[in-house]
Design a protein around this ligand. Structure first.
Ligand code: DAT
Ligand code: MG
Length: 149
């Protein structure tokens, strides 16, 4: 089953939107397998966003993600990467489809509330970066048979 890293970034935490994000992912049918509320170190932020190093927004992005606590989670499900990206909406909130989190709660690309892995490979790498294997819970949910085909 595909796993994806989801972050409620500092703006989402400060705005009281952790529950909103979790509710939408639960409602979609995704299964939570790990969660922790943490203050991100600069080192972790730089590793996580290494692909963006050198871009004009990089310094601002790092400073934003370490500016306050984040809610880090791992969610799983069939095609979880694509499903969660769809629920988050486009990176630029003004281009995000109505009904997505970024459409419904954000206006600026640098305050777009959430992170979600963008490929199966990156999902695996990001889950391993943010979570130790013993922090992930492998479990059967009572409703799985009604959600997973
Ligand atoms: P996403 O978060 O949708 O995966 P990304 O990986 O391209 O988007 O970029 C990571 C984050 O960096 C994004 O959520 C917000 C910020 N960002 C991206 N492009 C930006 C830009 N042009 N100006 C400011 N911030 C940007
Ligand atoms: Mg990305």
């Amino acid at each position: 089953m595909e796993k994806t890293l989801v972050l409620v970034k500092p703006d989402g935490v400060q705005r009281g939107l952790i529950g909103e994000v979790i509710a939408r992912l639960e409602r979609r049918g995704l299964r939570l397998v790990g969660a922790k509320f943490i203050q991100v170190s600069r080192e972790l932020a730089e590793t996580h966003y290494a692909i963006h190093k050198g871009k004009p927004f990089y310094e601002g992005l790092i400073n934003y993600i370490i500016s306050a606590p984040v809610m880090a989670m791992v969610w799983e499900g069939p095609r979880a990467i694509a499903a969660v990206r769809q629920t988050m909406g486009a990176t630029r909130p003004w281009e995000a489809a109505p009904g997505t989190i970024r459409h419904d709660f954000a206006l600026e690309v640098g305050r777009n509330l959430t992170h979600a892995s963008d490929s199966v490979e990156n999902g695996e790498a990001e889950v391993a970066l943010w979570f130790k294997s013993e922090e992930l819970v492998s479990w059967a949910r009572a409703t799985d048979q009604w959600i997973f085909e």
